[in-house]
Design a protein around this ligand. Structure first.
Ligand code: NAD
Length: 491
């Protein structure tokens, strides 16, 4: 079975590490590849940093207009290969083919947005700030930048960072999740066709050892991380202690409020898509659903109906809406959390445990699950499940609902379903979350906007995507300039 190679200094090279981890299809445990995993991946990271440092010297001096040209070609290559990349995402990550294609679309939109870097990088100029003195600010590259990405969006998340980083004049190292390395292998085959300077963009495999080396290496200047909250916190603390700028996006637990005036049929469909899309393995998945006032019975019945109708199976099979969770351990964990909810007093309305899909009996499948009367002070309500499980809660009014949202230690997303403009306005002004949806189930910011988590969902200052990415991948330099008359020769 193929052992995946790294892409360093413009070449595919074998890892220094001979130990490997299996990459498997979560729908049937089929072995797809082996990925280098162990202490010696540290040497791979060192090679990548050396190559990236060398490439940086000339690249950062290129005019920005020239630096964005490869992105136009990359966008075209990604579009031409979108189906093939989407198939790989489904194979290794499990989501449906339609979800994988949509994921890639979001990645491509970031490449497109980064093509505007010549304008986005423009800065400020003040004429005559003091007598005879002009002052201006320029944005310059930060240096070698690294990205560590999670398993659940292998095709999209690296593009929250990569295109902006290189357009701003930096070099880049990607360490994808060891669970899903194949998607980026294909993307890097396309990057290899761009004729970028050797070493400008590199791919290294591995786990904690390679990440720690990126955090320790003095020549790495910036770290972009997306993953679970404990690791995000660790990356932020360790990276910052080593003097790097860090943006670390963490986990989530997203509350969604349904007001009595909401359209029940449409709302229940949108919420079910949010909870069960990507088998609940989305940092913007709705998880705690709050029925306000007398909407409780109606919305509960409609949600059970919408959830029951979801088709579960292998994502490349026709008509499949929901795939497996990523690993057998993850399935055990999620089923354990369902039991925990019941032990806390919740009632199981729809039980997706012990799912067996004909032809895919070994897959990590859990079918849509709904728990109601989940205690609002219990552990389940506060724990990221990352599986297809909905927790239903009943509260009396919008103030109680907002209070419930704001007690959440995460702050990635919160949504409100209503037909009242006043409710919507109250909610968007007072709910403590970085991404707000009004009659939207997955409030995923488009590429022009920051992917804006708060609280335990984010550590840092500047998020991925759009203008925030441009600011993260540049450092400001302020120039104060005087040209005294006495020194200027007249011609
Ligand atoms: P994870 O934290 O387990 O792994 C993420 C990356 O960190 C991987 O590349 C992994 O190799 C590395 N890593 C894991 N443990 C490490 C350690 N101890 N030290 C150093 N590096 C380590 O996350 P995951 O399971 O791959 O992804 C799911 C999580 O990501 C969920 O919590 C989800 O909410 C979160 N997520 C957040 C966002 C967001 O924008 N906030 C987006 C997608 C996913």
């Amino acid at each position: 079975m193929e052992v995946l190679r790294n892409y360093i200094n413009g070449k595919w090279v074998e890892s220094h590490e001979s130990a490997t981890l299996d990459v498997v299809n979560p729908a049937n445990q089929e072995l797809l590849a082996k990925v280098p995993f162990g202490n010696l991946t540290v040497a791979d990271v060192k090679d990548a940093v050396a190559a990236a440092s060398e490439a940086l010297k000339d690249w950062r001096r290129n005019p920005v207009m020239r630096r964005v040209q490869p992105l136009y070609r990359l966008k075209q290559l990604l579009e031409e290969n979108q189906d093939e990349i989407a198939r790989l995402i489904t194979l290794e990550c499990g989501k449906s083919f339609a979800e994988s294609k949509a994921e890639m679309q979001r990645g491509i939109e970031n490449v497109e947005t980064a093509c505007a870097t010549p304008t986005l990088m423009q800065s400020e100029f003040s004429e005559n700030v003091a007598s005879g003195i002009d002052e201006f600010m320029i944005r310059q590259a930060v240096g070698v930048c690294a990205c560590i990405s999670p398993f659940n969006f292998p095709g999209m998340i690296p593009f929250w960072f990569l295109p902006y980083a290189i357009a701003c004049g930096n070099s880049f190292i990607l360490k994808p999740s060891e669970k899903v390395p194949l998607t980026m292998m294909k993307v890097f085959e396309l990057i290899d066709q761009l004729d970028l300077p050797k070493g400008l963009v590199n791919l290294v495999h591995g786990g904690k050892e390679s990440v720690d080396q990126l955090l320790e290496h003095p020549d790495v200047r910036a770290i972009s991380f997306v993953g679970s909250t404990p690791v995000a916190r660790y990356i932020y603390e360790r990276g910052a202690a080593n003097g790097k700028r860090v943006q670390a996006q963490g986990g989530a637990k997203n509350p969604v409020i349904v007001m009595p005036d909401a359209d029940i049929e449409m709302t229940s469909r949108i919420i079910a898509d949010s909870v069960y899309g990507c088998a609940g393995q989305r940092c913007l998945a709705a998880s705690n659903i709050v029925a306000v006032g007398d909407t409780n019975g109606l919305i509960r019945d409609a949600l059970v109906e919408a959830a029951r109708n979801k088709t579960t199976g292998f994502g490349l099979d026709e008509g499949m809406e929901m795939g497996p969770v990523i690993t057998p351990e993850s399935k055990v964990r999620v089923e354990g959390l369902i039991e925990k909810g019941m032990a806390e007093g919740a009632r199981l309305l729809l039980d997706g445990r012990n799912a067996s899909i004909p032809g895919y009996e070994k897959g990590n499948f859990i079918k849509p699950t709904i728990l109601e009367n989940v205690p609002i002070d219990g552990e389940l309500i506060a724990t990221e499940i990352f599986g297809p499980v909905m927790s239903l809660v009943h509260l009396e009014n919008i103030d109680q609902a907002i209070d419930f949202v704001n007690r959440n230690k995460f702050g990635n997303m919160s949504c409100l379903f209503t037909t009242s403009g006043l409710n919507a306005r109250t909610f968007r002004n007072h709910a403590d979350a970085g991404n707000i949806g009004i009659n939207i189930g997955v409030a995923a910011p488009m590429a022009q906007f920051p992917f804006s988590g708060w609280n335990d969902s984010f550590f840092g200052d500047l998020h991925g995507q759009g203008r925030h990415a441009i600011e993260f991948f540049t450092q400001t330099k302020v120039v104060i300039e005087r040209w005294p008359k006495e020194w200027s020769r007249k011609f």
